[in-house]
Ligand binder design. Sequence first.
Ligand SMILES: C[S@@+](CC[C@H](N)C(=O)[O-])C[C@H]1O[C@@H](n2cnc3c(N)ncnc32)[C@H](O)[C@@H]1O
Length: 198
Amino acid sequence: MFLIGLLSCTLNVLLIIFVISNEYYSRKLGVPAAPTLPWVRKELITLLKKHKKEGEHIHLAELGCGWGGLMLKINQNIPNIQITGFEKAPMPYIFSWIRCLFYKNIECLYADFFKEDLTKYDILVCYLTSQLMKDLYDKHLKDSSSDFLIFSLSFQIEGLIPAEAIKVSGPVPIFIYVYKIGAIQESSNLPQDTSLSH
Ligand SMILES: C[S@@+](CC[C@H](N)C(=O)[O-])C[C@H]1O[C@@H](n2cnc3c(N)ncnc32)[C@H](O)[C@@H]1O
């Protein structure tokens, strides 16, 4: 009886720490650790396959890899890939790190992606917010001389015309925006409809 009481008390304390920690880091980082929806993941995989040349080896970085599910899904479906995930919220990071432990080509880093050199990756995958995408581009990618692709789930980079904007149909329809950094066009008024495909 005492053991059951102790176990239940420990579980409750762990649950409270889990909830408080997630809430704290959602506010601190400006985005909750919400995973991507399954139909969005599926469309992202299709797009990645389209952009990757056959036999080409690519290094993809996921900025804010949350619980690690998207990295594993990409790894299952895209051959010849090296994946680096950055995560700064402790609970999702621990979870993600454990899930990726047995994959030699996936690394999950407890790191702030704003402090990393992101220009060495071929592809950046982001599911963040409009503000974080703007900060990322303005402070870290704007003056980059290397060519790479950004796949932004749901959020546009203000002032930039995406090379593609794919509407993902589903119970909650969203867009995936593809940006080509290096060969990029800037615009203060992004046309909302002209470059959208379905
Ligand atoms: C909406 S979740 C995306 C989860 C995952 N990418 C997916 O699609 O399933 C955004 C994640 O970014 C993380 N994050 C936000 N800012 C960050 C930063 N500067 N460095 C590392 N991770 C960050 C958050 O902790 C959160 O887990």
